[in-house]
Design a protein around this ligand. Sequence first.
Ligand SMILES: NC(=O)c1ccc[n+]([C@@H]2O[C@H](COP(=O)([O-])OP(=O)(O)OC[C@H]3O[C@@H](n4cnc5c(N)ncnc54)[C@H](OP(=O)(O)O)[C@@H]3O)[C@@H](O)[C@H]2O)c1
Length: 375
Amino acid sequence: MVVARSIALKAVNTASLWGLNRSRFGGLPKVQTVRALSTVMSPPSKAVVYEHHGPPDSVTRMIELPPVEGQENQVCVKMLAAPINPSDINRIEGVYPVRPQVPAVGGYEGVGEVYSVGSAVKGLSPGDLVIPSPPSSGTWQTYVVKDHDIWHKISKDSPIEYAATVTVNPLTAIRMLEDFTTLSAGDSIVQNGATCIVGQCVIQLARYRGIHSINIIRDRAGSDEVKERLKALGADEVFTESQLEVKNVKSLLSNIPEPALGLNCVGGHAASLVLKFLRQGGTMVTYGGMSKKPVTVSTSSFIFKDLSLRGFWLQKWLSADKAKECRDMVDYLLRLAQERKLKYEMELVPFDKFHSALEKALGKHGSQPKQVIKF
Ligand SMILES: NC(=O)c1ccc[n+]([C@@H]2O[C@H](COP(=O)([O-])OP(=O)(O)OC[C@H]3O[C@@H](n4cnc5c(N)ncnc54)[C@H](OP(=O)(O)O)[C@@H]3O)[C@@H](O)[C@H]2O)c1
């Protein structure tokens, strides 16, 4: 007990050098509330932190956080991998509506291995593979301590990089295919940003249900290769934006019905292209705004096509008492990944190279696969 207290004290002193309390970084308890019989201890943790909102490559830095003693109902997890998602970038920039209070550790999803458990924890043991589910902030660090019920134990056979990325994007793909229109085999959907992880999942999940996908990508060097890769995943049609500069985009479709559902993660002109494909009474769901340009809709789209515009936000869906459903879907998606029935492009990057990965995720080196940090 004396040892534990002295470590806790050391933790406070070291953290105070930064004017920080580690509890702010990863949901750790405030040291004053630590109970004498706590049994979970976290080793020092290397973390990517930000103390102010702003451009992620300027405001983030890697530091070592001191060891912390957790509570009896908490679990310390040694992180194995975590992605850099666009929403992580938005949180650091301070433009995401729900974000941790600064100073904060970055990251929102990831996978790790249980390192130690508090004495009151049941159902989790050292060595178990776990993900925070629903996702939770502070995954860009080597050791995370959180309440036991945050952690979802997954199959030890799950591929690590998929376990790290399964929640935010693949789950979004499933929900958008399920929640807005009733799609049957033989129907079609249209989407822009088809190269993103959500887009790659949409293609495959649609294909399993016999639904055709029409995909729009940005014009860029190597677009023929990209088209082939998306077709290998199951895409029926892939067009660059410039290919769609025609009077009637639907004339480009062969044997695919007009889509009832459109998915937009880009905005601007790319959103207008999705709208052009939609059939009478169709629905476009906006879930991202990668171009940072607004969605504009012609008056005639409303009057003559009666189109509907909707939005999807996973965080809102998760907060509607969907924790159990979320975990069931995560298990389902991980089984697909394990069987290689669901795949998407990722680049695994050692934690020490975090800032190179961040530059790629920020688009500073052109189009790049999803950057996944390996701890
Ligand atoms: N609403 C929700 O609940 C929810 C959930 C998950 C994801 N999202 C959103 O979904 C989108 C995709 O996320 P992700 O993690 O799947 O993406 P990702 O795999 O990291 O890929 C990024 C995508 O954005 C495209 N892109 C980047 N900069 C662009 C620009 N300036 N103009 C047009 N396209 C650009 C890239 O196209 P290239 O391949 O051509 O570079 C690529 O398709 C993001 O906006 C994210 O915030 C929303």
